[in-house]
Ligand binder design. Structure first.
Ligand code: ACO
Length: 391
């Protein structure tokens, strides 16, 4: 009988690939002990205070802060590609109105390849341009689907607005309040990149096969869809809405922890202290709450946070980016099921940057699985099979 050949080197199984490095990178650095996040060497605080999503996208993908003309160029490129072809819009019209917007986005980004006469290319510049064209269209796709499912006609981009403002404009048909557009812009910067997380790894695996950028970014959207990755912002908002007012926060937290339920928007695989993005979003949420008369919502979130921190004192469970992002999007008037698509809309910058960086020194990603099953089993006729796995 055939026997398993002896494995020469010692086998270490890295379930979840924890602490496995797949490449050297110059894109993102996280210090989870010190509450630090850098894109291309610039701190997230600096970028949130001074940059724009367009500029941050350029920085992530090309590696440096753009000059005036480089920024003009990427801005024009996004403007040029933001509009959806009528044929493509007709496709979105055919999607069932009840579809989850993440399913719509994943399907639509994949379908964009059908309208590109040459989706496959080996040229890195062409790949980057195709990714930017997809990035440009994603807000238009999300907004168009949302309008259609609510019985409204899609609104084409206005032109001369920022990526963030165009999205808000295409959702509502109204010029967004400049402060709202600023908040959306900062939220996009904060979600644009986060090192080798699950969706970025999925994009990198697909890129390493030399697949087209539609396939690469579709892999990222599919991976972000899972509740262990995107989606916690929706759950955090739901908690705040359910708790209802600051006075209920303490009993909610005590009960949740007693029953081993997780407080959404808390804890992180990498951050063992404050998530620096949380600090930025909390400040914006407080300002928005004042402007929008939503003090109760914000105060409830703060009360949950205060109570959770008190009961989790001595642990490494701190608030993460999702503790206030959902509240911010909610106060901007955005439907809850659009939060994860907005995350994707922003993260396409980071996915593209990593895919391109990996391709510059590509090696097909092909890990191994340690076989622990049987070998050399006799093929049995269907009449004599037991219907279960052999002992
Ligand atoms: N509330 C209460 N307890 C928690 C929480 C939480 N939010 N997070 C972790 N814990 C506890 C766990 O119950 C576990 O306790 P135990 O050892 O007594 O069983 C311990 O902390 C370790 O939990 P792990 O899941 O192993 O920790 P890990 O660091 O892998 O978890 C994760 C990270 C998945 C994000 C987790 O903290 C969580 O589920 N948080 C809630 C969901 C959330 O906010 N996700 C958003 C993350 S940010 C992002 O993805 C953009």
């Amino acid at each position: 009988m055939y026997k398993l050949s002896a494995i020469r080197e010692p086998v270490v199984i890295h379930k979840g690939l924890d602490n496995v490095y797949v490449k050297e990178s110059r894109i993102c650095y996280i210090d989870g002990e010190a509450s630090k996040l850098f894109y291309r060497g610039y701190s997230i605080e600096e970028l949130a205070s001074h940059s724009t999503f367009e500029e941050t996208t350029y920085l992530l993908i090309y590696g440096w802060l753009p000059t005036h003309s480089q920024l003009d160029q990427i801005t024009r490129q996004l403007e040029l590609h933001r509009t959806l072809e009528p044929q493509f819009l007709d496709l979105i019209r055919k999607f069932p109105a009840k579809s989850d917007p993440m399913d719509v986005l994943r399907t639509a980004v994949s379908a964009l390849a059908l309208y590109d006469p040459q989706p496959m290319t080996d040229d890195i510049t062409d790949k980057t341009d195709k990714a930017l064209a997809i990035l440009a269209k994603v807000p238009t796709i999300i907004a168009a689907f949302h309008r259609l499912r609510t019985g409204n006609n899609p609104i084409p981009p206005k032109g001369n607005l920022s990526h963030a403002a165009e999205f808000l404009y295409m959702l509502t048909g109204r010029d967004p309040d400049p402060y709202d557009a600023h908040v959306m812009d900062v939220a996009l910067i904060l979600h644009a990149e986060h090192e080798m997380n699950a969706s970025t790894f999925a994009c990198t695996v697909t890129a390493s096969t030399l697949a087209d950028m539609y396939s690469v970014l579709t892999s990222g959207i599919g991976t972000l869809r899972g509740p262990l990755h995107g989606g916690a912002n929706e759950a955090a908002l739901k908690t705040v809405l359910e708790v209802g007012n600051p006075g209920n926060a303490e009993s909610y937290v005590v009960d949740a922890l007693a029953h081993k339920r997780r407080i959404m928007g808390f804890g992180h695989r990498v951050y063992k202290t404050w998530d620096p993005r949380y600090l930025i979003l909390k400040k914006l949420a407080g300002e928005l709450a004042q402007k929008k008369n939503q003090a109760k919502l914000f105060d409830t979130a703060v009360a949950i946070e205060t109570s959770a921190r008190k009961h989790l004192e001595g642990t490494t469970i701190f608030p993460n980016v999702d503790s206030y992002s959902g509240i911010v999007f909610h106060m901007l008037g955005i439907e809850t099921d659009l939060f994860t698509p907005i995350f994707a809309m922003s993260r396409i910058s980071g996915w593209t940057a990593h895919a391109i960086e990996y391709l510059e020194a590509n090696r097909l990603i092909r890990p191994k699985a340690l076989y622990v099953g049987k070998l050399g089993l006799p093929y049995t006729p269907i009449e004599t099979r037991s219907g279960k796995a052999p002992e």
